[in-house]
Design a protein around this ligand. Sequence first.
Ligand SMILES: Nc1ncnc2c1ncn2[C@@H]1O[C@H](COP(=O)(O)OP(=O)(O)OP(=O)(O)O)[C@@H](O)[C@H]1O
Ligand SMILES: [Mg+2]
Length: 240
Amino acid sequence: MTTAMTPSSAPVLVAEHVTAGYGDVRVLQELDLRVHAGEIVALLGRNGAGKSTTLSTLAGLVTPSSGRVLLNGKARRDAPFRRVRDGLAYVVEERGVLLGLTTAQNLRLGPGSVADALAYFPEIEPHLGRQAGLLSGGQQQMLAVARALASRPRVLMIDELSLGLAPMFVERLLQALRQAREAGVGVLLVEQHARTALRVADRAYVLNQGRVALDGPAADLLERLPEIEHAYLGGDPAQT
Ligand SMILES: Nc1ncnc2c1ncn2[C@@H]1O[C@H](COP(=O)(O)OP(=O)(O)OP(=O)(O)O)[C@@H](O)[C@H]1O
Ligand SMILES: [Mg+2]
């Protein structure tokens, strides 16, 4: 395992030797990961590597059987909503947009203001009165990220940012993540497209079967991408 360059700011979110899973099934094995304020961290790995489980565990939806999760330097074992209140925003893979509600109603479900959400994504303003289910996938993802950022989080976790989205939306979403980074938000980004993630990220972790196989500066991993894809990001090893 390579050692990543450590940014000077304090970590806002830490997984420390976390082992976690579902019932008797261990998914994460002694996972160590940290996100600092004002950096974008990519979390990569093939299907089933444990990326979503990592975010769920950091959020408090899955409880570690050993190890610790720290938010703003404090160990947490409490409920997800308390972590959200303390600055942990989480955009789940399904986006968490309520399709029967309008865009504005979805934004008001979050703790942040509609104005703050629109500051990140002014282009959703014309859609405020529209039912979210009528928005495109890209617009729904912008809505989900806007709502999360409007809560002024210390750290934002996003599961599968670009899944199924047109490149134009992906670029727009990445731009918002850069803007959030400028504002000092730490971002943990799970992304299927390694190149997309590594282009925007400062650092990255590669998961393999629930363990950190590799971590380091995103630029270094980008240089070694063909080799990394071959070793860790190819098809499901169970199917090959
Ligand atoms: N709710 C659950 N109950 C039992 N096993 C689960 C559950 N969720 C995930 N798993 C298993 O945990 C392992 C890791 O899954 P996880 O969803 O964290 O992977 P992932 O890296 O996010 O994959 P993908 O790229 O497909 O989203 C897989 O073997 C999966 O089958
Ligand atoms: Mg997943």
